[in-house]
Design a protein. Sequence first.
Lengths: 343, 343, 343
Amino acid sequence: MKTNPGRFFEEYRLGETIVHAVPRTVSGGERALYHALYPARGALYSSDEFARDCGLSAAPIDDLAAFHLVFGKTVPDISLNAVANLGYAEGRWHLPVFAGDTLRAESTVIGLKENSNGKSGVVYVRTRGLNQRGEVVLSYVRWVMVRKGDLNAPAPEPVVPDLVQVVAAADLPIPAGLDFTGYDFTLAGEAHRWGDYAVGEQIDHVDGVTIEEAEHMLATRLWQNTAKVHFDATFREDGRRLIYGGHIISMARALSFNGLANAQMIVALNAGAHANPCFSGDTVKAWSEVLDKAPTAAPGVGAIRLRTVAVKQGAAPFALKEAGGKYLPEVLLDLDYWALMPL
Amino acid sequence: MKTNPGRFFEEYRLGETIVHAVPRTVSGGERALYHALYPARGALYSSDEFARDCGLSAAPIDDLAAFHLVFGKTVPDISLNAVANLGYAEGRWHLPVFAGDTLRAESTVIGLKENSNGKSGVVYVRTRGLNQRGEVVLSYVRWVMVRKGDLNAPAPEPVVPDLVQVVAAADLPIPAGLDFTGYDFTLAGEAHRWGDYAVGEQIDHVDGVTIEEAEHMLATRLWQNTAKVHFDATFREDGRRLIYGGHIISMARALSFNGLANAQMIVALNAGAHANPCFSGDTVKAWSEVLDKAPTAAPGVGAIRLRTVAVKQGAAPFALKEAGGKYLPEVLLDLDYWALMPL
Amino acid sequence: MKTNPGRFFEEYRLGETIVHAVPRTVSGGERALYHALYPARGALYSSDEFARDCGLSAAPIDDLAAFHLVFGKTVPDISLNAVANLGYAEGRWHLPVFAGDTLRAESTVIGLKENSNGKSGVVYVRTRGLNQRGEVVLSYVRWVMVRKGDLNAPAPEPVVPDLVQVVAAADLPIPAGLDFTGYDFTLAGEAHRWGDYAVGEQIDHVDGVTIEEAEHMLATRLWQNTAKVHFDATFREDGRRLIYGGHIISMARALSFNGLANAQMIVALNAGAHANPCFSGDTVKAWSEVLDKAPTAAPGVGAIRLRTVAVKQGAAPFALKEAGGKYLPEVLLDLDYWALMPL
C-alpha cells in the first residue's frame, strides 16, 4: 500500500526518534494569514518596528503559529490513529521564528504504556522543531492515546516519563537581546505592566468569535495538519467536522489580548487540555487567571504564568470544572503557559 | 478592570490627539489576501512591473487595504461604543504603502456635539496613518455617534468642524514620479481613458458577489478591527453578524474594475455613507457615476471623481434614494472619491 | 458600454494572439494561501531548503498555482461567454515560478469550428504564461464552447488543430539544475520511489475534504478568475455557485500526496476533463492510476504519467465511466499529467 496508514501503538519503540516530513519555509504570507484567522494584536508580532524597539531583528511569526507548524508535521506519524490527545508538558520556545526560516520537526518516544483493555496505549513523545540551521526553536512533550493495530501484539514494558508540572522560571528561554526597558505601552495597546497583575487575578477577555467551517479548515491546512476528522464531513457519524484543538488555542490566545495585551511572548507551555470538542457555529470566548509571576534576567522583562481558558456560548463566568473535577461542558480548552511582559 | 471598555462620549476632549495601538508591518501576505478577499484587478496594484512602468518603485498595497489598516487601529479608541458611523470627509492618500512598510495611526478630536437626547453625542476625528518614517500616508475625517457612559456628564461646548464637501482637485495628492504616458491599456484590461468618461455618465459594473461569514471575518480581522458586532453571533438579538462597512467598500471598488479598470489609484475620499447593513448571504453589486473630472500636474494623469454605489440583490438599476431623500433599502454604500486615470 | 461583454464565437480570428490583462507579481502570500486552501504537502514547494537540495534556487510557487494564475487571466477574453470548458492538451511547465516573479498571459487562436446548431462554436487557444523576463513559464492548449453573439454571423472555415494525445517523454521540460540524487525521502514524506510504481497501478488517496463556499471563492478570486458563475448566488436558477474546476484540480492533486508524495513537480498536462460540476458541501476524494513511466536526462529524476481522478461522496472505488463511456455522476475530474519523481 502506498498511502500512510499511520502508526499503531505497537509500532512505537522507546527511545526511537521519528523524523517528520515536509519542512516548511515561512514568509509574510503565514503571518498575514495568522492575523486574518485570529484577532491577534500583539504589537511585537504585528510590527517589525515595535519588535526592533524590543531588541529583536524583526517581528517573529506568532509563537503559536510556530507551534502549529511543528505540531502539524507530527500528525502523520504520531496521531493519525490517535483516540485522544491527552496532554502537553515541558513546552519551551527556544528561539523566535522569522519570515524566511524553514522549520522541520522530529519526535523522540519517551514513554509507552498499554491500556488495561489491551486495545490501545499511551505514547509520550518529546517533539522538537528545528530551523534551517539545525537550531531547536521549540520543544514540547505530548502524549496521545493510540489504537493498537494488532491486538495480539505484546504490551511493552510500561514507561511513564517523569515530567515537570510547571517549567521552572529559571528554565524559561529568553530571546537574545530582548529588552523591554523602552517598551511603548501606548503602541502595545494597554497600560498594564507586569507589576499590575496579581497572582490569583482573573480576567474576562470579553470578546467572542463565532467560528465557521472555512476558517478552521484554512488554518488547519496552513499548518499541514492532515487529521481527517477536521476536513471530511463524511468521516464522523454525526457529519460534523471536529475543529483542530490548536485553532482554539490560537483563538483563545488572540482574544486574551483584551486584558493581556502586554503578555507579549509565550515562552513555555506547562500544560494543556482540550476539555471538550468545538464545532462550527460555536462562539468562543476566553478568560485567564494569573497563576504565578517571576523575574527574568532580561532588562525590563518579567515572566507571568497564565491559565487561559476557552469557553463557548452558555459558559458561566470563570467556571471551569464540575464538583467531581470534570471540565464543564462549555469549557473547550485549559491552557497553562508562561509569557513575557514588560515590568 | 484590565479590558478596554472603549471611550464614551464625555471622555473625548476637543483638540486631544489619541495615539492608536498595534502598528502593523505589511507584506506580500496582506496583498495576496486582499486579492483573495476581493475581486481586485487593478494592474498597478497587482504587478510590480506594471507599477514600475507607471513610475512607482513597486506595486503598492491596495489603497483601501491601507485605509482599512489605519481605520482598524482606530476602532478600540473611537468606535467601540459607537452607535453609528456617520460619515467621512477630506480623505487623502498622501503616499503609497509598500510591502515592508509599518503603519500606525493617530486621531485628533476636531469636533464634539452632544445629541439633544443627552444620551449620546457626535465625535469628529481627523485620523492620520503614518509609516515607519513618520510620514503621513493617509488622512481622513470621520464622525461617529458615541454613547455617553455617564448620562450626568455635562455637555461640551458644541463644535462642528467646517469640512469641505469635496477635496479640491488642486489638493489631490499625486504620488511622486507617477507617469501614465507609457500606460499599457491592454495589460490594464480596458481601453477607456480619462477622455472617454463624461461627467454624469453612469456605469453598471454588472458582476455580483455573494458574501460568506468566513470571508468578512477574515477581512475584518486582517485589519485588526475589533468591533464585536462583526464576529460574535451572540451579540445581536437577531443572531446575525454585521459585516464591516469597509468590506463593502472594498467589494464595490473591486467590482468597479469592470468599467473603471483604469481608475487606478484612489487619492481622495470626499464622502461615504454606509446606507444599510449587509449580512452574510447578500449578493453585492455595484454601479458608479462620474461626478467630476480634473487634470493633474503629473504626466498623462487625469483625476476622475466617482460615486460608487454598492447594492444588494433586488436593487433597481442606478436607484439610490427614495423620494424623501432616504437611501433605498437595497443600497449598502454610497462612496464619493477621486481616482487617477491615464489621459 | 464600458464593461466587458466578453467575446462571442464570431469575434475570434484564426491565428490572432490575444494579450490578456492584469499581470500579477507573486509572493510568499500566494504560497501561504495555496497551502491554506489545499492540503498541499509537496516538500519541494513547501521548503526552500528542500528545493535547494534538489538543485533549485528556492521553493517555487506550486505548479498548479502558476496554472491558475495564467488561466485566470484568460477568462475575460476566452471563457466569459463559454458554455463549457471542453478540454486541455499539450500543457507544459517550462520554468518554475518563484516569489517575486510577475506573470502575464497571452493566447493564440489555433482552431475554430462552429457547431451544427449555428448557436455556438468551439474555440481552440494555445495559452502562454510569461514571466517578467518574457520567458514562457507555462503553455497549454484549451478548447471551449463559446456562444455566438450574432446568430447571423457566417461560420468560419472549420479548423481543428492536430493535438498530441500525450506529451512525449522527450518533450517534457526539466527544470535546469534539477537533481534528485540526494533526495531526502524521509523529509519528503514517503519512501516510494519511481521504481516502486508500476504502470497500471491504482492508488486510493484515502483522504477527503468537504468544500465550503468561502474557500472556493477565495481561491478563485486569488487567481483573478472573473467568471460570474463562481461568485454570484443569484446567477444560476438553482441559486448554487459552481466551483471553479481548477479548485478541484488543486484539491485532487493535494490529496494525491498520500500515495504520491514524491511525484514532486508537474511538468506536462496531457488531458483534463471536468466531468461533473462540484458544489459547496461536496466531499472531494481522489484516486490515481499510473499510465506510463519514462526516464529523463536529469540526475536521479524519472517521469511518471498519472491519471488523477477527483470524485465526490458516494463514489465507488476506482470507478470512472458508465458502460456507455460517460463519466459516472460522482466523478468530478479526470486529469492526465506527467510528474517528476526521484528514481
